[in-house]
Design a protein around this ligand. Structure first.
Ligand code: HEC
Ligand code: HEC
Length: 431
């Protein structure tokens, strides 16, 4: 009997509710075929980037795994015991801390943009609201999928076809043939999306033949490795932060100061700051490593003190930073965009360019590798030639400067960070 007493605590230790090693085994059996052996992604999103759009806390991961994600391929697991889900959540959290070595995005997003155009990818894919519907919307896909999956998708599209994009081929009674995306089917009818992205409905009684080829409708592209890298950089070139919650922004954990509020606005949810002690700190510098960039934000200044620093990106361990500030004058405001790396620093500020308080505005700063510019509502307000080096990893603050001075009164709706210089026609729309 003795040995049992001896082994019991050890056994309990090995099987503790959040034991990641036990979680790894469960994960390999149930999840790896979609999310990859090491969470590198595939048919499912990458789980090793440290970014979880549905939340990365133990409770949130538990909920995602238990409930699945409605209207996606992520299935619920209603019958698994709680401790198995906890263990998988613990393993997934661990995956989030180990980005694979070969997952680095190395291409040039500008060249990727040109290749995307040259190969007419937009004929079938929507990106930022522009393009066709035959294939999946590629907006924001870069950070969600592994580099390996993106590469495979371009050169060998048939390898992993998402459920919603299976191919169907029909021959009508008259002998016409058509291939499209299989949307729906019942006893009497079949719906497909044809190659021109149109919805088509056929009565089965009018069809001579129906088959389900295991080929993708996407052509396999014979792209050189470097060209794949550039396209992948292009698809990774953009990060969007929606300010619709407080505990996580853009998939990054936040620290909340004071009591910022999530509010409803005509543009959707936004976070409101009181100008006294409200702020959000986000553990990420979204433009770290960017040689060229566009930083956009949609915000509503509501008055308050003269000088306010409402959005600050800061490199760790240095004074290098990118800042949006405003100055409030009566019932108007003007923009100050400041950027500093090393001994190169520049403030763009036009005191004459006044804008009304209490309304939503779009601001942008753009750096093309040579010239730094800023814009309010798509109109250029300043520019300067300057040599900025890419900044290293760091963090961000919203509602205040990173050292907690110059609090902001107003609301922030969203921000978009793009690793290339956009033209005003490519900016986010205020809607
Ligand atoms: C059939 C494929 C499939 C299987 C099996 C699957 N997933 Fe997923 N999973 C997905 C897809 C697709 C998404 C992304 C859904 C979306 O668009 O939000 C996802 C999302 C997730 C997320 C959220 C990621 C985020 O960014 O917040 C987690 C966590 C996750 N899966 C874990 C698991 C675990 C653990 C298992 C095994 C129990 C599993 N998945 C099984 C396809 C799958
Ligand atoms: C004729 C239409 C068509 C064209 C042109 C096309 N695609 Fe696709 N693409 C699809 C379809 C359909 C799918 C979904 C089926 C699949 O994964 O193969 C897809 C899937 C993808 C995926 C995977 C998406 C996911 O959710 O995993 C990526 C990435 C992609 N395409 C990129 C591109 C790029 C880059 C180009 C241009 C070089 C391009 N596509 C051109 C139709 C097209």
């Amino acid at each position: 009997m003795r040995p049992i007493f001896f082994f019991l605590p050890l056994l309990m230790l090995a099987q503790s509710p959040d034991d990641p090693e036990a979680g790894r085994k469960l994960y390999l059996g149930r999840c790896a075929h979609c999310h990859g052996q090491n969470g590198e992604g595939g048919r499912g999103v990458a789980l090793n980037t440290g970014r979880f759009r549905h939340g990365g806390s133990p409770e949130e991961l538990f909920r995602t795994i238990r409930q699945g994600i409605p209207n996606t391929e992520m299935p619920p697991a209603p019958r698994l015991p709680d401790h198995e889900i906890s263990r998988m959540a613990a393993w997934v959290a661990q995956l989030g801390r180990q980005q694979a070595a070969d997952e680095k995005v190395t291409g040039d997003a500008e060249i990727g943009a040109a290749l995307y155009k040259k190969h007419a990818c937009a004929q079938c894919h929507t990106l930022h609201g522009v393009g066709g519907f035959l294939g999946p919307d590629l907006t924001g896909i870069g950070p969600q999928r592994s580099v390996r999956h993106l590469r495979e998708s371009m050169v060998n599209p048939g390898a992993e076809i998402p459920l919603d994009y299976r191919t169907v081929a029909i021959t009508t009674a008259k002998g016409d043939r058509l291939t499209g995306i299989h949307l729906n089917e019942d006893e009497y009818s079949l719906q497909m999306r044809d190659p021109a992205s149109r919805l088509r409905v056929f009565l089965k009684s009018e069809l001579r033949e129906v088959s389900y080829p295991r080929q993708s409708l996407m052509p396999a592209y014979a792209l050189a490795k470097a060209e794949q890298d550039h396209l992948i950089a292009f698809l990774n070139a953009e990060t969007v932060w929606r300010f619709d919650r407080l505990d996580s922004i853009g998939g990054h954990k936040t620290t909340v100061l004071g009591q910022p509020k999530v509010i409803d606005t005509p543009l959707g949810k936004a976070v409101e700051f009181d100008g006294v002690d409200d702020a959000l700190f986000i553990e990420n510098h979204p433009l770290a490593g960017a040689k060229t960039f566009t930083w956009e934000a949609i915000f509503r200044p509501d008055g308050g003190q003269f000088e306010q620093r409402w959005f600050h990106l800061s490199e760790n361990g240095s004074e290098n930073r990118m800042l949006y500030e405003i100055r409030v004058v009566g019932d108007k405001w003007y923009l100050d965009s400041f950027n500093q790396t090393g001994d190169q620093g520049k403030a763009l500020m036009n005191r004459e360019a006044l804008h009304p308080l209490g309304q939503w505005h779009h601001v942008a700063t753009v750096y093309d590798g040579k010239v730094f510019r800023n814009f309010v509502n798509g109109v250029e307000e300043g520019s300067a030639e300057i040599q900025f080096a890419p900044q290293g990893d760091g963090r961000s603050s919203v509602g205040v400067r990173i050292n907690k001075v110059f609090y902001f009164k107003g609301a922030v709706h969203s921000a978009r960070f793009t690793r290339r210089a956009l033209t005003p026609s490519e900016f986010q729309k205020l809607e």
